[in-house]
Design a protein around this ligand. Structure first.
Ligand code: UGA
Length: 435
């Protein structure tokens, strides 16, 4: 099949490369000439495990090309995916749909023959109707169907998620579109990934509901972690005991410093706004947003308490800056709020992150960027693990202790066992476990 992917950012690039890998002919379009040039040279603008080799292989095979020429790409395509950004609109938290609408207009003008136009970007319920209206206005003669096909990829494991999805959700009432969408995903549902067809509005809302539910699960376990600390219980045992109930499931029950990233924070706020627009208050989602915002900063109080209640003039090593491992993404990362609060309390910060330091340099001007975890810990009165990179999972604790001013380890991802760390002579704090 011939596919045009509008927007070669995270979602567009991963999806485009993976569709090409299925054997489809994919043209990835972007307005950023420098980005398109770089992609043509095989340079990948984001860090995503496995992506570079898929791009290289499929580009070499001629199945994956990059262009700024939207008109040519769309006129030859049977399916056009719109995968441009939907950031939070400044001021009110609504999703900013200007990029989606602009793409819809351009696509409409370039259509040639029946084409399925798919919104892959995360867009509020009802956006497909507006996209269709805009397209009709821009090109009344065009023959097309607008479909919603949200993506559920996680950064850091996006290729794996694309190849082995839990489900594929396709929202359309158009039979021709349904047939083409089934064809484009054929290699996946042959592998038994369920493909479900719904109305367009249901598909749009499914994406927000799924993200909000996952965010709520995290906020819930984080509140339980606080309770465990006060009540003398262990949140990991509680989470395991809960998760073994198949109705709950074991995933997304890891207590930590709060969720970050480009999706959960933005999508939960946007869903609250959608609820308000429809006069349906979404109190659980509102509370999730508030609980998570509070959590990020409150983690700094935990660090300060672990270091004796005062960090003025002390050096603290922060290990991990990205919002989660295997990404270079710092958007809404808990590390940013924690570092800010520790600096406000008078601490000096040394840090190391395997992939996030380039992006962090601009955001964190007062921080010292180090070679590795040991370099960061040198002279520190405490080490704080904020992101659970594998590189931090088996630190040489005796070596760390020698380098530090005082041996304090605050493990905000619960990747160490208290007994082991304390046996090495450290004061150890984790999340939701006291003993
Ligand atoms: C999330 C969803 O998981 C994807 O399904 C969705 O497609 C994507 O948003 C999106 O809307 O595009 P992502 O933001 O890449 O994916 O990352 P997650 O793995 O979901 O992690 C989000 C945050 O939750 C991270 O900060 C992570 O550290 C935190 N988290 C996750 C926890 O604190 N505890 C957990 O148990 C799980």
């Amino acid at each position: 099949m011939r596919i045009a992917m509008i927007g070669s950012g995270y979602v567009g690039l991963v999806s485009g490369a993976c569709f090409a890998d299925f054997g489809h002919d994919v043209v990835c379009v972007d307005t950023d000439i420098a980005k398109v040039e770089a992609l043509r040279q095989g340079e990948i603008p984001i860090y995503e495990p496995g992506l570079s080799s898929i791009v290289t292989v499929n580009a070499a095979a001629g199945r994956l090309v990059f262009t700024t020429d939207l008109t040519a790409a769309v006129s030859q395509a049977e399916i056009v995916f719109i995968a441009v950004g939907t950031p939070s609109r400044r001021g009110d938290g609504h999703a900013d749909l200007s990029f989606v609408y602009a793409a819809a207009r351009d696509v409409a003008e370039a259509l040639d023959g029946f084409t399925v136009v798919v919104t892959k970007s995360t867009v509020p319920v009802g956006t497909g109707d507006e996209v269709e209206r805009i397209m009709r206005g821009a090109n009344p003669e065009a023959d097309f169907a607008v479909v919603s096909n949200p993506e559920f990829l996680r950064e850091g494991s996006a290729i794996e998620d694309f190849r082995r999805p839990d489900r594929i959700v396709v929202g359309t009432g158009d039979q021709r579109a349904r047939t083409l969408m089934a064809q484009v995903y054929r290699p996946l549902y042959l592998n038994e990934a369920p493909i479900m067809f719904t109305s367009r509005r249901s598909a749009e809302l499914t994406k927000y509901a799924a993200n909000a539910f996952l965010a709520m699960k995290i906020a819930f376990i984080n509140e339980m972690a606080d309770l465990c600390e006060r009540a003398g219980a262990n949140v990991q045992d509680v989470a395991r005991g809960m998760g073994l109930d198949k109705r709950i499931g074991p995933k997304f029950l890891n207590a930590g410093p709060g969720y970050g990233g480009s999706c959960f924070p933005k999508d939960t706020v946007a869903l609250v706004k959608t609820g308000q627009d429809h006069d349906v208050p979404l109190r659980l989602v509102e509370t999730t947003v508030a609980v998570n915002d509070h959590r990020k900063r409150s983690m700094s109080r935990k660090v300060i308490a672990a270091m004796g209640g005062d960090v003025r003039g002390k050096t603290i090593a922060v290990l991990g800056l990205t919002f989660k491992p295997n990404t270079d993404d710092l958007r809404e990362a808990p590390s940013l709020a924690i570092i800010q609060a520790l600096e406000d309390a008078g601490a000096r910060i040394r840090t190391f992150d395997p992939k996030g330091m380039d992006a962090a340099r601009e955001l964190l001007p007062g921080v010292t960027f180090c070679e590795d975890a040991y370099d960061a810990a040198t002279g520190a009165s405490g080490v704080v693990i904020v992101t659970e990179w594998n590189a931090f999972r088996s630190l040489d604790l005796p070596r760390l202790k020698v380098l530090m001013a005082t041996p304090v380890l605050v493990d905000l991802r619960n990747i160490y066992r208290r007994k082991e760390v304390e046996a090495e002579g450290f004061h150890y704090e984790s999340v939701g476990t006291l003993a």
